[in-house]
Design a protein. Sequence first.
Length: 242
Amino acid sequence: MYAFERVSTEAKGDIEEGTLYPGLSYGDNQLRWGFIRKVYGILSAQIVLTTLVSLVTVLYSPINETLRGNSGLLLFFAFAPFVLLWPLYIYQQKHPHNLIFLGLFTTCLSLTVGLTCANIEGRIVLEALILTSAVVSSLTGYTFWASKNGKDFSFLQPILFSSLIVLILTGFIQAFFPLGSTSAAIYGAFGAIVFSGYIIFDTENLIKRFTYDEYIWASVTLYLDILNLFLSILRMLRQGNN
């Protein structure tokens, strides 16, 4: 009887060591890992699409010149992702509408990112890409480790939301009253900190809170976190270089 209890305890310990967070059953743990793999698969496809569209925009000058020379078209691609968020949220569980809207959403954002990169020195873009990859990888690994050890980051939500509001308002002010190079670099650094926090918060949501049907919306939130982190680092490096 003692040997049986010991074996059961050891088996239970092995299962708990592989769980995403304490208290999660073995079956739910397996389902959650499948959900996470699905989200990161979609996220990887979004990043690949963004990279390809951005490269075409940077290297194929007619696209770059058309976007820069047509302010109406540029505004369309800048505001289209905000419009597409609504049908993307409504149809996130309806196939293939969810993938169609996700592709359009990602492509529109990729064009604006490509145009931004086209007007910045290639060395700075590469540095921002490397830094973003390092930050995202380290924060993702840390969040998985912290969740496994019972840490909770839900307290970050009000802090991150208020910081995001400050970023948005500062961006509107900057549109009418441009900041100097130093202030713009500080703004970029603050944005990088905020979106680093969002990567931790949304990764924990992926581990604990998103339902299994919300794989599209989970990938969108992480994609926006990574993209905004990249743009913030890019802005900081560009202004720091100036």
